[in-house]
Design a protein around this ligand. Structure first.
Ligand code: IMO
Ligand code: MG
Length: 424
């Protein structure tokens, strides 16, 4: 395994990235989140216990792993504390093994309110955000009135910062949202108290990561969301507010691109999406409901039912190319086994101009062209090697490799760690 390994999603999130991270981090020394925030919901089932991660790198489940939250992540400190305590009930030394970059912007209570306010104002054009304050926090970062983890290190700096920022936020809450303003002292007090908890975790994460890589430690970078939700390369405006493709890693973790030698792209064997936006292979009606039920497709963060549809190869190929993916992990193939006919979209009809995934109105008239595969009609419980897979499943897998022009190096067929096959 090369020293720096990245895992990114190739759909609209929820591909099973954490399943893949859990397997790969067994061989790693460090695990890093580099973008997004608690909009992410990453589920790992280990030894019969379900763990859900929002901000903490999922690699922490392995006791040797040190975990880092890079400066590109927007951190809700109250959520982080809750999550660390929750995970800490079953996993040793969680707080002691996490560092948070001083440059992380903090998600504040007003960001959450503004997230809802903006969504409501957009009416039918709402994005369907997770309501975790992600967009307003990244907006404040760009507007240069964010509050960062570093500000918690110095009471006078924090006070000064909040004195500048809060009147702006309160004006938005009152004038746009019709909400009462937040009281300065109350917010200051709650930040000071969470600051006491967070302060020991704050560190120069880019420097620590450079040293880790220099000393030969293996570092796993855990993407959240996915290429098709990337603010630049995804289906804008129906995206999240960070660079969730590979490029987000370099700014978000603070490492040189040359340090990442392996990029795993994760895709389910079918597609899902939560929130609004184009979805070319979406199945409406009973077919979509069946996939949702069979795949248990409900959000880990918000519990929302996910939209379901067939695998969209052109979209996934675009995502893989955008993130320079070197290996594919194909998840949840067990869900499709019982189908008489499994469909895979290989191209589009009415595609009389270049497809721009980041200009979704160009996708409106497009219709998917499908290739059909038979289901394998048996469970995959005993599968340990490639040869144990039913021939129909192997044909499906080879077709995906050929279409993506990339090796499928991991297959998962259930939530448990054992239900994983490493290939190649
Ligand atoms: P993980 O890491 C799936 C979606 C939201 C919405 C859009 C913008 O678990 O794969 P935001 O709250 O980020 O402003 O919402 O992005 N979204 C996700 N969908 N998985 C996620 O994360 C997501 N994070 C955000 O549903 O459509
Ligand atoms: Mg998720």
């Amino acid at each position: 395994m090369t020293q720096g390994v990245a895992v990114v999603g190739l759909q609209w999130g929820d591909e099973g990235k954490a399943r893949v991270v859990d397997v790969l981090s067994e061989e790693c020394d460090d695990a890093v989140r580099f973008q997004g925030g608690s909009n992410a919901g990453h589920t790992v089932v280990a030894n019969g216990r379900k763990h859900v991660f929002h901000l903490v790198p999922a690699g922490i489940l392995h006791p040797q792993v040190r975990a880092y939250i890079g400066g590109g992540v927007v951190v809700d400190p109250f959520e982080l504390k809750k999550e660390v305590e929750e995970i800490g009930r079953n996993v040793p030394n969680v707080k002691e093994r996490i560092k948070v970059a001083a440059g992380c912007h903090l998600v504040m209570p007003y960001h959450r309110s503004l997230d809802t306010i903006y969504e409501n104002l957009k009416g039918d054009e709402r994005i369907g955000t997770t309501g975790r304050g992600i967009g307003p926090c990244y907006a404040d970062k760009a507007l240069r009135h964010g509050i960062r983890a570093a500000d918690l290190l110095e009471v006078s700096a924090l006070r000064q910062r909040l004195e500048t920022v809060l009147p702006i936020e309160n004006a938005l809450l009152e004038k746009i949202g019709g909400l009462p303003p937040l009281r300065f002292q109350e917010l200051m007090d709650s930040l000071l108290s969470i600051g006491d908890w967070l302060r020991p975790l704050i560190a120069d994460v880019p420097d620590l990561l450079r040293s880790a890589l220099d000393s030969g430690r293996r570092v796993l970078f855990e993407g959240a969301q996915s290429v098709l939700l990337d603010v630049d390369y995804g289906t804008y405006p129906y995206v999240t507010s960070s660079n969730s493709c590979l490029t987000g890693l370099f700014a978000g973790a603070g490492v040189h691109p040359g340090r990442v030698g392996e990029v795993w792209g994760v895709t389910k064997a079918y597609c899902t999406r939560v929130g609004s936006g184009p979805f070319i292979t979406e199945l409406n009606g009973p077919e979509g409901e069946r996939l949702r039920k069979d795949g248990d497709e409900y959000g880990a963060t918000t519990g929302r039912p996910r939209r379901c549809g067939w695998l969209d190869i052109p979209a996934i190929r675009y995502a893989a190319e955008t993130s320079a993916v070197t290996a594919v992990a194909l998840t949840k193939i067990d869900v499709l086994g019982d189908y008489d006919v499994i469909r895979v979209c290989t191209s589009y009809r009415n595609e009389n101009h270049r497809v721009y995934y980041n200009a979704p109105w160009r996708l409106a008239a497009i219709e998917p062209v499908y290739r059909e595969f038979p289901g394998w009609k048996r469970g995959l419980q005993g599968v340990r090697r490639r040869e144990d897979l039913p021939s129909q499943a192997l044909a499906f897998l080879h077709f995906i490799e050929e279409q993506l022009r990339l090796p499928v190096k991991m297959v998962t067929f259930g939530a448990a760690r054992e239900q994983t096959l490493r290939l190649g």
